[in-house]
Unconditional design. Structure first.
Length: 108
């Protein structure tokens, strides 16, 4: 048994004829509309909260990724410098070898 129509009759009192038949339906409609509005508003709030959470999580992840990227970039730079230094050393060694070879040939 639904309580809303009975409550509507109690609240509104005893109307005669057509009004009495109409009011419970109107009350039910009003109650349903208010429930719908509440659930709609609740879903909007929940969606907003979910969006905020997602954004915060994405921000945390992006910060972690930035840190990782920065570390990797630093490593790459260090490795590049090391590689360039090794290239210079190798080039100097080759230069020395060629000089020695030329000197050796001239001596013979």
């Amino acid at each position: 048994m639904k309580l809303a129509p009975l409550l509507a009759k109690l609240i509104l009192g005893a109307y005669g004829g057509h009004e009495a038949a109409k009011t419970p339906h109107m009350m039910m409609r009003m109650i349903k509309e208010s429930q719908h509005q509440r659930t709609e508003q609740g879903s909007i709030n929940n969606n907003h909260k979910k969006k905020k959470k997602k954004e915060e999580e994405e921000e945390e992840v992006s910060q972690k990724n930035k840190k990782k990227i920065n570390k990797n970039n630093k490593k790459k730079k260090i490795n590049k410098v090391k590689k360039n230094n090794n290239k210079k050393k190798n080039w100097e060694r080759k230069k020395e070898k060629t000089k020695n070879n030329i000197n050796f040939k001239e001596q013979q």
